[in-house]
Design a protein around this ligand. Sequence first.
Ligand code: GLN
Length: 258
Amino acid sequence: MEPRLKAVVGSRMGQRHGPEHYDGSMTNPLSDASSRVGSGLRIGVLALQGDFREHIHAVEAAGAAGVGIRRPSELDDVDGLIIPGGESTTIDKLSRIFELRDPIKDRIADGLPVYGSCAGMILLADEIADPAKDLNGNPQQTFGGLDITVRRNAFGRQRESFETDLDFKGLDFSAGESGVDPVHAVFIRGPWVERVGPNVEILAQVDPDHASHTATLHGVARIVAVRSGHLLATSFHPEVTGEKRVHELFIRMIRGEA
Ligand code: GLN
């Protein structure tokens, strides 16, 4: 595994990011970003577990206010919600303990724009191909809303985490003279999408010819980014690489510009 990725996997994706550790006062490494497309918006980031800090930094780099969400009332005045990477079973359990599960489902049904990365994609999926089961045999649950089936940990285990470049639809706003640059994507025990419903747009797939580092593809392109109306999901983590355009796309969705 590449050293930079190893650091990300080791320090940011573990179980240590419980809500009690969030102090909301970290410095923003992207604060010199020129893009202010988010200005005037408040974007909630579900802050129960996982890499919510990185998402808060990413939306703030785009000029929006990033608000950690841990209470139902905090959902009332946000323009959009991000469900971070982390561990979908843990976020599922904590969302019920913190009484956020039903309010989040209601807000999704009301049309609140929501972006889920990695575990967040799993939590937005209507169906999990291989759900984890609790001690009583009950399968993990999702908030749902996105008509997709995901497979968890599809690319392999933690040590099979990898990075690759993706062609990503919908980023025309970022086109330069040579077109739209590929998105550099970091995969950390990410899911892939095995089924998409008729209203789901495929935004990106891992190309097996350019992903020789993972043996799990078996020559098949796998869907790793989708959009359906107000819902956006990626199997990977733009929030850990300084890639701003996926968050900018989400902000444009909130603004009704994408
Ligand atoms: N494998 C994790 C899950 O199932 C997702 C990993 C991640 O978000 N980096 O929740």
